[in-house]
Design a protein around this ligand. Structure first.
Ligand code: ADP
Ligand code: MG
Ligand code: MG
Length: 256
């Protein structure tokens, strides 16, 4: 069973003038296969910075700490190597990939991760079944990745990747944002299917508690000003729903 270990992670963002602005101030978090973690915090607290740092985005500079997947240093891997090692990141703002269809994109990603192309026959069926489960039109497979996708289509596409690529650990950054209630339910069902396999560790990053009505996390971490300030079980999400982040912000300094 896989484990992602984030130890005292410190990260600065590279500003256009070349300066470094410290964002993550020592993050400690362990996500094991089969576990579902919710990382919740106010806007600007550094949640996406954490996700991008794990994924290897060049704009973020690691200034301290470590990230290990099954004991192997993730931070020294290229972005591709991280994906092949079994890490998956669903971005808050997915990028368009003009000229590449959903079907081709998924097949290429699957091939890269598995080290061999999926069998053509079974793969087409798997793709179709995944789309059906997410209530997507089969024609969607021929569209270019994220080009003109609605918010809901982008998120469904991410969950489709998650289901087909079967990562060891997945980080979902605000997968709930911009979804109407039906899309939220469909996307949550997809996440719950992945969860039920027991083979993927899930880190759900979210600002709002509403997705947690559909996906019950095993652990909740409150994230403020670049670090985890409180941890608990699902009851902590309910407390946040009632009380908000206000009381954590006092003493955290000016909002970034
Ligand atoms: P969250 O996802 O919790 O809303 P972010 O990680 O997006 O927070 O941002 C954390 C802080 O880092 C914010 O103050 C944000 O403005 C800053 N930041 C993040 N990325 C950049 C960037 N590329 N350039 C400048 N500032 C950034
Ligand atoms: Mg934000
Ligand atoms: Mg964010």
């Amino acid at each position: 069973m896989s484990t992602l270990e984030i130890r005292d992670l410190q990260v600065s963002v590279k500003l256009p003038e070349g300066e470094l602005k410290p964002i993550l101030a020592g993050v400690n978090l362990t996500v094991r296969a089969g576990e579902t973690h919710a990382l919740m915090g106010p806007n600007g607290s550094g949640k996406s910075t954490l996700a991008y740092s794990i994924a290897g985005h060049p704009k973020y500079q690691i200034t301290g700490g470590s990230v290990l997947l099954d004991g192997v240093d993730v931070l020294s891997m290229t972005v591709d190597e991280r994906a092949r090692a079994g890490l998956f990141l669903a971005m808050q703002y997915p990028v368009e990939v003009p000229g590449v269809s959903v079907a081709n994109f998924l097949r290429t990603a699957k091939t890269a991760i598995d080290g061999e192309a999926p069998k053509l026959r079974t793969w087409a069926g798997e793709l179709r079944a995944a789309m059906e489960r997410l209530h997507m039109d089969p024609a969607f497979a021929q569209r270019n990745v994220n080009e003109g996708f609605s918010g809901g289509e982008k998120k469904r596409h991410e969950i489709m990747q998650l289901e087909l690529l079967k990562p060891k650990v997945a980080v979902l950054d605000e997968t709930d944002s911009g979804l109407d209630i039906d899309a939220l339910r469909v996307v949550s069902e997809g996440v719950n299917r992945v969860r039920a396999t027991g083979e993927t560790g899930l880190l759900l990053i979210t600002h709002y508690t509403r997705i947690l009505r559909y996906i019950k996390p095993d652990f909740v971490h409150v994230f403020v000003a670049g670090r985890i300030v409180e941890e608990g079980g699902p009851e902590l999400a309910e407390k946040l729903e009632a009380e908000g982040y206000e009381r954590y912000l006092a003493g955290a300094g000016p909002a970034a």
